[in-house]
Design a protein around this ligand. Structure first.
Ligand code: FMN
Length: 462
């Protein structure tokens, strides 16, 4: 249950003031790299973009991702993050064909083993991935994430999702529960994981060789959890990890999703193309955090964006058009149907998406709005979803992309961006080599890491 600490601090202005306490007027921008362990990341044009150097299988090998992680660490990013699904979608037209044909997050290899490969070649950058609360027992998750937190020396980050698509549950032989039930289950899942991570005290390992005492049994406890969804006896058989479990990430937009994030998350990924909607979302989360007695800076909200950088505005526009033309409309329809778990072939292409009443469409409503508040058509929404899963494109020269980032931050309130490339390798390097120095020159981006763990780096304010 949420507890109230400082009622006078509630409200947008108070939160903003609190998060900006200290000398700086404008907050620093945090950056995460949004990836998928597959051939498309978040652009369905990517695997066949002329600058992309994918072969049939090099995207499935660790070398490319190790290069990306090192590049993003050179660029002082908070983290590289892998989204994940456990299915190939047939949500569009009831067929696997569109998803397979267009590589619409199909295939998608498991990102968790990959994180260990990335840990081996990096030292500071956070290493994050999605893992669902709907398919495995929480003991498994607690053990795996604690182990990963050890292997990465405190740089692991877990994006907690409840999994919306019925194909995922079918792969595990279960039925998808209602959204509210999935979030209730996710809360209990986190409580079990937390209890397991706390089942070892920090000083439980004694390592007293003379007296033959490895661990002090008085400092390791059972958890004896018996809840609505899970039972677990504990203790965990992993010693307390550097962050005592990974940093927690979340990406829900429903009231239940916002509540979950406000309670547990160290970072949130959000897609809100219109800065005013981003501002509203930002304040909704930070106000809810206040009710959980958490400081605003304890959870960073990173808004999705897809930068497209050119030598001139015309060159950038040309690059955007070239990229966007590589996404067939049916590819966008396929991936959007998967993300909504709703067959969009049932709707006319000129449907006004923001004003539809189907409950399945409601959760992405703000992504269906035009800058002026009007609705995008299904054709427009599907095209954008295929280009970037709905992330707004930041098109322009180095100076103009940096301007757009600053303007968005200053309207939304912060805390930064989760960016996704249009080709690979190459686009991430370009961002790190050109936009990062520009943001640093403007005093909006860190010049060094402070702190060791992912949680500390997410909280870094300068
Ligand atoms: C930026 C972003 C990234 C997401 N990544 C994943 C993911 O990797 N795997 C997944 O199953 N769901 C993912 N989701 C879906 C959400 O985590 C969430 O399950 C979904 O939005 C439904 O919850 P809601 O109704 O609270 O929004 C993502 C959502 C957003 C906005």
């Amino acid at each position: 249950m949420a507890k109230k600490k400082t009622p006078e601090k509630k409200g947008p202005e108070a939160n903003t003031a609190s998060r900006r306490r200290g000398a700086k007027t404008k907050p620093m921008i945090h950056l995460a790299q949004f990836l998928v362990h597959g051939p498309s990341y978040h652009s369905l044009a990517m695997w066949r973009h002329p600058k992309t150097e994918f072969t049939r299988d090099n995207w499935a090998r660790p070398a490319l991702y190790q290069h990306i992680a090192r590049t993003c660490e050179r660029g002082l990013f908070d983290m590289v993050f892998f989204a994940d699904l456990n299915y190939i979608s047939d949500s569009y037209k009831g067929s696997l064909e569109p998803a397979l044909r267009y590589a619409a997050q199909a295939p998608e290899h498991d990102p968790i083993p990959l994180l260990s490969w990335l840990a081996a070649v990096t030292e500071r950058i956070g290493l994050g991935a999605t893992f669902s609360t709907s398919n495995q027992h929480p003991f498994y998750a607690a053990r795996m994430w604690a182990t990963l937190d050890h292997l990465t020396e405190g740089r692991a980050a877990w994006n907690v999702v409840t999994s919306i698509n019925r194909n995922q549950q079918a792969n595990y032989g279960t039925e998808r529960a209602a959204a509210d039930t999935r979030y209730d289950q996710a809360h209990e899942y986190m409580e079990v994981c937390r209890a397991l991570w706390h089942s070892w005290d920090e000083d439980a390992v004694v390592m007293d060789k003379d007296n033959a005492v490895f661990a002090d049994a008085a400092k390791v406890r059972r958890i004896e959890h018996e809840g609505r969804f899970f039972k677990s006896r504990g203790p965990l058989n992993v010693v307390r990890s550097p962050q005592n479990g990974p940093a927690i990430l979340q990406a829900g937009t429903s009231p239940k999703g916002i509540d979950f994030a406000a309670k547990y998350a160290d970072g949130i990924f959000a897609i809100q193309p219109r800065p005013e909607d981003a501002a509203e979302y930002f304040q909704a989360v930070k106000s809810r955090m206040d009710e959980y007695d958490r400081e605003p800076d304890e959870c960073r909200i990173l808004f999705g964006a897809q930068p497209i950088i050119g030598e001139s505005e015309a060159d950038a526009q040309e690059q955007a058009e070239e990229h966007n033309a590589l996404v067939p409309l049916d590819a966008g329809m396929s991936i959007l149907s998967a993300h909504l778990d709703y067959d969009l072939s049932k709707l006319p292409l000129d449907a006004q998406m923001a004003f539809r009443t189907e409950p399945e469409l409601h959760r992405m409503r703000t992504r269906f709005l035009k800058p002026d508040g009007g609705s995008m058509t299904l054709r427009e929404v599907a095209a954008r979803h295929g280009q970037s899963v709905g992330l707004p494109q930041l098109v322009g020269t180095v100076a103009s992309v940096a301007d757009q980032m600053e303007a968005f931050m200053d309207t939304a309130g912060g805390d930064g961006f989760m960016i996704t490339p249009i080709y690979s390798p190459g686009a991430i390097e370009e961002f790190v080599d050109r936009i990062v120095p520009e943001l640093q020159r403007r005093g909006r981006f860190r010049t060094q890491y402070k702190g060791r763990t992912q949680r500390e780096i997410l909280r870094q304010a300068d």
